[in-house]
Design a protein around this ligand. Structure first.
Ligand SMILES: Cc1ncc(COP(=O)(O)O)c(C=O)c1O
Length: 360
């Protein structure tokens, strides 16, 4: 379903530490909770820490994702419920384009799109991933009518038979940039069935969804691809992905917020591993490694055990293994946290260090 490269991202699970049950962060009033030295974030005191830190993951706080799920539910009329678990944020739709290309194509695979279309897709998709953009020419046919499928099909077959290119996704822009039109429901159904036939993903950039004016009875207005129930038309929901963001409808292009909405958890998992972000010290806790574990299972297993023991005393830090360190037992400590949190965390580490073999 994903490309080989996408599967590698999904396996890497770089955001796994943020998924599942989150431990309560340290509270300076009652001195309870986990002191996290694990993320390179600069805490600005006085502001809501969950919204402005990595606490709930580098893919948007739960609150933000829930708010977006509500917006999508109210305005896109999704056929199946959309929750915060179906949404992840990056810095604008532009970054999402790269994420889609990286996860859905391998180098030289193709992404199909009609002519004309938003010109920056070329750079956004092909530069980071080395995929190829395959343009379908409509030769006078209406690109928004079901007959456009014939042109898309010709382009897929030509790419495959004449150039050996495997098309992995169809990219549409709805409402369309630059044509300024919305896709009618029946065309979206035909596009979905076309994607199902060739087992390719449909990426629908709906960044202008709410910038629709002068609706009249002759058109449906904006119809999101999410509002079509794929099961009713024999289409796999895992092939459908929507891109949305703040740049157009919220006139906030400088905010750099874009989101991916998908029912495909494997794709979301892969996409999480493509995102990244100095306030650190690299510290040596190798004296606290369990020598029996080192002898039985090796140094890296002992480092993982040490990491768990630190978590038990309420300190979370990234360990050396994650940074390809040469020897086990090193940790990255972030010092750009509030002073009380820093003091509490350091005192927990020092006590732990002295009681587990370290010398002062
Ligand atoms: C169709 C389309 N998608 C994406 C973008 C860029 O979106 P963002 O600012 O979220 O990167 C634009 C900007 O013009 C656009 O026209």
């Amino acid at each position: 379903m994903l490309s080989n490269r996408g599967e590698t991202y999904a396996e890497a699970g770089l955001a796994n530490a943020y998924l599942g049950h989150l431990k309560t962060p340290f509270d300076k009033e009652n001195k309870e909770g986990v002191v996290s030295f694990s993320n390179a974030e600069n805490i600005a005191s006085g502001l809501d820490r969950t919204s402005l830190t990595y606490h709930e993951g580098p893919f948007g706080s739960r609150r933000l994702r829930e708010a977006m799920a509500e917006l999508i539910t109210s305005y896109f009329y999704p056929a199946s419920p959309i929750t915060s678990d179906n949404i992840l944020f990056t810095s604008g739709v532009t970054s999402l384009n790269a994420v889609c290309a990286l996860c859905l194509t391998d180098p030289k695979d193709g992404i199909l799109l009609g002519q004309p279309i938003y010109g920056s897709f070329n750079g956004d998709f092909s530069v980071p991933s080395s995929c190829q953009l395959i343009y379908a020419s409509f030769q006078g046919d209406d690109p928004f009518g079901p007959s456009a499928m014939i042109r898309y099909e010709e382009a897929v077959l030509k790419a495959r038979d004449e150039n050996g290119v495997s098309v992995r996704a169809l990219l549409i822009c709805n409402p369309h940039n630059p044509l300024g039109r919305c896709y009618p429901r029946e065309t979206l159904v035909a596009l979905l069935q076309f994607c199902q036939k060739y087992q390719i993903h449909l990426i629908s950039d709906e960044v202008y969804a709410l910038s629709v004016y002068e609706e009249d009875n002759s058109t449906d207005g904006f119809v999101s691809v999410l509002s079509i129930e794929p099961a009713n038309i024999g289409v796999n929901p895992a092939l459908i992905h929507v891109l949305y963001g703040m740049s157009k409808d919220f006139a906030a292009a400088g905010l750099r917020l874009g989101c991916l909405i998908s029912q495909n958890q494997r794709f979301l998992q892969a996409a999480l591993s493509t995102s990244i972000a100095g306030f650190f010290l690299w510290i040596d806790l190798s004296k606290c490694l369990d020598p029996t574990l080192i002898a039985d299972q090796g140094g890296w297993a002992a480092e993982s055990d040490l990491s768990n023991r630190l978590l038990q005393i309420g300190v979370k830090m990234a360990s050396g293994y994650a940074y390809h360190n040469e020897v086990p037992g090193w940790f990255r400590i972030i010092f750009s946290v509030e002073m009380e949190t820093l003091k509490e965390g350091l005192s927990r580490i020092v006590k732990f260090y002295l009681s587990s073999g370290g010398s002062s």
